[in-house]
Design a protein around this ligand. Structure first.
Ligand code: NAD
Length: 485
């Protein structure tokens, strides 16, 4: 295969590449250069209708396809993603602004892992049986739902897109999917891979377009019975308000404002190295980034000094340059939002310890959207800077004296996605992990992922869990069959 980013992206409907029904396109911008480099369909309800018709036609055969056959096709998709690593990584970087080395090392390998994981998973997926004393047998059937919708964000484009599509297909569903309009290219290239892998027509449909025009048409379509969404809490609320009265199954993976709790007895070097990553990786645009750093008072000054020194060494610049540790933020709109949040932090009385400004790129990146890694102190837990998700290379520092104080600061948030705890005291790690209101807790590590584990958040960070059997269960309907023998 020779995967190349085209000037015009097309929808993938019924196994064919199709222009949007209304003939309208929107610009796709490379955030590292600020230049329009392709166009994407501005799809609407008409395209969703066509995709649903194709998916419905494909469902009877796909849902009955033997597990081994489904495995071969999904595993072939994983192989083709691996074989096209370079082209996919370049497309991801041009769309998103993240360093090319990161796309190559993390984003694209994880996309093939997602397909491989659920391809093998479907071979092992089994159901329960409950036998009663009188000989009655109950067995559980888990059947594919039918046509399901998968909508994903721009921060980890192919990584999160495949994290939904792979289990939906593995469970025997046909899928109407939409990558973010801000980062559509790898979703488009995945269409070409699916064709090459022999995925039957209509089993997966990939539509491109905006949330209001295309996403909401997917969510409100009566024949799409389940919606798996990853994105902002704001959009999650809108989606829930449409899907809930229609009694659709809903999985919502939303925003975060995650605490990174650092006790004095931590493994210092490992904590410092990892905290730099959990603060600024992917320009801080990971829902799991630890944007609220809470440090035990007796090491606060030492931490602050060393953290600033390390942040100074993070080279920000051209994502294609191997030496760039940080690339561009994803769009002009997001660039303005993040800089606005930094201004707000200053108005709230925050002290900018490091960063805080835009960076002018050089050469072909002179119009790119680059922001310095930014460290802020002097703000309490109740200000907007510490309450609202910024989703950029911006962290705040707060200190605490006791474990209870650390917990109070950690839990003082409407979000509850992830938390990181740094301590070598196993009892304390266990105690604190049990009391932090988050769905994902990392102790002495960050972003260490086992795809079998449940993934998702408390509170405004979402509803439901992805990962492993949780995802396979979400994408199936459950039926109990009771037989009096
Ligand atoms: P977003 O909500 O703006 O968009 C996400 C996707 O939803 C896009 O494809 C968009 O087109 C679509 N969309 C937007 N409004 C919609 C609507 N009303 N109906 C249907 N679809 C709609 O989010 P974003 O800016 O792309 O991504 C950043 C957000 O995603 C952050 O809040 C981040 O925390 C969150 N996120 C969460 C996780 C997680 O696993 N919890 C992972 C990554 C990102």
């Amino acid at each position: 295969m020779d995967l190349k980013a085209p000037e015009k992206i097309l929808n993938y409907i019924g196994g064919e590449l199709k222009a949007p029904a209304n003939g309208k396109y929107i610009d796709n911008i490379n955030p590292a250069t600020g230049e329009v480099y392709s166009q994407i369909p501005d799809s609407t309800v008409q395209d969703v209708e066509a995709a649903v018709a194709a998916a419905k036609a494909a469902f009877p055969a796909w849902s009955k396809t033997p597990a081994e056959e489904k495995f071969k096709i999904l595993n072939r998709i994983a192989e083709l993603i691996d074989q096209n690593l370079d082209a996919l990584a370049l497309a991801e970087t041009n769309d998103n602004g993240k360093p090319l080395w990161l796309s190559k090392r993390v984003d694209i390998p994880r996309a093939s892992s997602n397909f491989r994981f659920f391809a093998t998973g479907l071979m092992h997926f089994a159901t329960e049986s409950h036998n009663m004393e009188n000989g009655t047998v109950n067995y559980t059937l888990r059947q594919p739902i039918g046509v399901v919708g998968c909508i994903s964000p721009w921060n980890l484009p192919l990584y999160l897109f495949t994290w939904k599509i792979a289990p939906a297909l593995a469970a025997g569903n046909c899928v109407i999917s939409k990558p973010s309009e801000v980062t559509p290219m790898t979703g488009y290239l995945l269409s070409l891979i699916c064709k090459e892998a022999g995925l039957p027509a209509g089993v997966l449909n990939i539509l491109h377009g905006t949330g209001p025009n295309c996403g909401s048409a997917i969510v409100s379509h009566p024949e799409i019975k389940a919606i798996s969404f990853t994105g902002s809490t704001r959009a999650g609320k809108d989606i829930a308000s449409i899907a809930a009265p229609m009694f659709k199954k809903l999985s919502l993976e939303l925003g975060g404002k995650n605490p990174n709790i650092i006790f004095a007895d931590c493994d210092w070097e490992k904590m410092m190295r990892t905290t730099l990553q959990s603060s600024f990786a992917n320009q801080g645009q990971i829902c799991l980034c630890g944007s609220r750093i809470l440090v035990e008072e007796n090491i606060y000054e030492k931490f602050k000094t060393e953290f600033i020194e390390r942040a100074k060494k993070l080279t920000v610049g051209d994502p294609l340059d191997e030496n760039s540790k940080q690339g561009a933020v994803v769009s002009k709109m997001h660039f303005d939002k993040v800089l606005g949040c930094i201004e707000l932090a200053k108005q709230e009385g925050g002290i900018i310890l490091f960063g805080g400004k835009a960076i002018k790129g050089t050469g072909h990146c002179e119009n790119g959207y680059f922001i310095e890694p930014t460290i802020i102190e002097g703000l309490g837990p109740d200000c907007r800077t510490n309450m609202e998700e910024i989703f950029g290379p911006v962290v705040t520092l707060q200190s605490f004296k006791t474990e209870d104080e650390a917990l109070a600061l950690a839990n003082c948030s409407d979000y509850g996605l992830a938390a990181t705890i740094w301590t070598q005291d196993v009892s304390r790690a266990n105690r604190v992990a049990g009391q932090v209101h988050s769905g994902i807790i990392w102790v002495n590590c960050w972003l260490l992922r086992d795809l079998r584990t449940p993934f998702g958040g408390f509170k405004n960070s979402g509803v439901g869990r992805e990962g492993g059997w949780e995802a396979m269960k979400f994408f199936t309907d459950v039926k109990n069959v009771c037989i009096d023998l």
